[in-house]
Design a protein around this ligand. Structure first.
Ligand SMILES: Cc1cc2nc3c(=O)[nH]c(=O)nc-3n(C[C@H](O)[C@H](O)[C@H](O)COP(=O)(O)OP(=O)(O)OC[C@H]3O[C@@H](n4cnc5c(N)ncnc54)[C@H](O)[C@@H]3O)c2cc1C
Length: 378
């Protein structure tokens, strides 16, 4: 067992952290426009194509190194919404194209997606199909060399700004997951409409909306994988997302811990720094314990993926540990900052608003516990 980082991993971490701190630092206002300039710079730095093969314009990194770069982004960039949007683009929409697209489709789409010229979104959730995701009702009716897609999707990250959607639809809802296929649908496809951006509690600069397809004709060549292979496409994308995206929260917790320690050293009450009050210092010790445990689970999950394992159990444990640690540590950070932790202008409470959705997207905490229980044979 070797816990050290390679020279390449150390260099990438340092350069990504430096880039994020110097160029992506500004915190967005609630309701701010999507930061397109930052997105373009993320693309130029290779960060939108970390695990995309080099042949298609990416960096060709493995899951561990990809996660390490996402961790650096999450640490250096206080705009967690932007990091989330970038990671959702890469793991839930671009990687399905890498792993299941035809050669022609990959050559046509991936260079634009890895460079930041285009933005991608994953559209699977529906009003009646959330955790029970393959109960989806959007239909894909065969029509010669095309399919005609009808259906409405909810909570599509990047929806308001996306150029392409990985859109899941079924040939027949009665067939369950066996009937589902995944299609790349372009924003300008006649019949496709994007709903108004939905106001949310956190991840402020990550735009989210419904997406509607009404009679959208999509070439069969733009299907990912074979007919009825959508469940496989989606499950694979969630393994990427649950493992690597959550490294952003590990990085954010690292930054938060630095800030909390600095505050506990500087803020005095009862004639001593609050960090000298054991109730405060123990809370901070627990924050570090939670962060390191979550980080180890995350990198073990990524490492297992790099060994070619499905790593369903490892990935579910990592997603659970990181997302729940992020919520608890954000609460701790607020408590340690006292009144200023609660005041928006100090920026401390933002971490809580950004952390809560992490226990919902990519499969809720309850769904992850279901997966863990299933892996235990329960
Ligand atoms: C910030 C954010 C970004 C998102 N981005 C996208 C995106 O890009 N694309 C996309 O398609 N979707 C996206 N989603 C949607 C997300 O995937 C769903 O919200 C999530 O899967 C939960 O579905 P639901 O909201 O319908 O809740 P429900 O499934 O209705 O769940 C409600 C509650 O019931 C619990 N529950 C449900 N079923 C079970 C069960 N079997 N066992 C135990 N408990 C259960 C849940 O855990 C939850 O606590 C996003 C959501 C958020 C918050």
């Amino acid at each position: 067992m070797d816990f050290s980082w390679s020279e390449q991993q150390r260099d990438l971490y340092a350069s990504t952290l430096d880039f994020a701190r110097s160029e992506l630092r500004a915190s967005p206002e609630v309701g701010a426009d999507f930061p397109r300039e930052s997105w373009r710079r993320l693309g130029e730095m290779g960060l939108l194509g970390l695990c995309v093969p080099e042949d298609y314009g990416g960096m060709g990194l493995d899951a561990v190194t990809t996660a390490r770069c996402v961790e650096a982004l999450g640490r250096g960039c206080t705009d967690t919404g932007l990091v989330f949007s970038a990671a959702a683009h890469l793991f839930a929409a671009v990687m399905p194209i890498v792993e299941h697209g035809s050669e022609e489709l990959k050559r046509r789409l991936l260079p634009k997606l890895a460079s930041g010229e285009w933005i991608a979104a994953n559209a699977i959730t529906e009003a009646e199909a959330g955790s029970d995701v393959f109960a989806l009702k959007a239909t894909a009716r065969p029509d010669g060399e095309h399919v005609v897609i009808d259906g409405a999707k909810s909570y599509v990250t990047n929806g308001p700004v996306a150029d392409v959607f990985v859109f899941y639809a079924t040939r027949d809802p009665a067939q369950g997951f066996m009937g589902v296929s995944a299609f790349v649908v372009h924003r300008d496809t006649p019949g496709l409409q994007v709903g108004r951006p939905i106001a949310t509690m956190g991840l402020d600069s990550s735009p989210i909306s419904s997406v509607y397809c009404e009679g959208c004709r999509v070439p069969l060549a733009d299907r990912l994988g074979g007919d009825g292979r959508g469940a496989e496409v989606f499950t694979g994308s969630m393994l990427w997302e649950r493992a690597c995206l959550f490294a952003a929260y590990v990085g954010a917790m690292d930054r938060q811990l630095d800030e909390v320690v600095a505050h506990a050293q500087q803020r005095k009450q009862s004639r001593k720094p609050i960090g000298k009050h054991q109730a405060v210092s123990h809370r901070i010790a627990d924050m570090l314990l939670r962060l390191e445990a979550a980080r180890l689970l995350l990198y073990r999950a990524c490492w297992s993926r790099d060994q070619g394992e499905a790593a369903v159990l490892e990935v579910a444990l990592a997603k659970l540990a990181v997302s729940e640690a992020a919520v608890q540590s954000a609460l701790d950070a607020i408590q340690i900052h006292g009144g200023m932790g609660y005041a928006r202008e100090a920026g401390v409470e933002r971490a809580l608003r950004d952390a809560v959705p992490g226990t919902i997207f990519s499969g809720t905490s309850e769904v992850q516990r279901n997966l863990v229980a299933r892996e235990l044979g329960l």
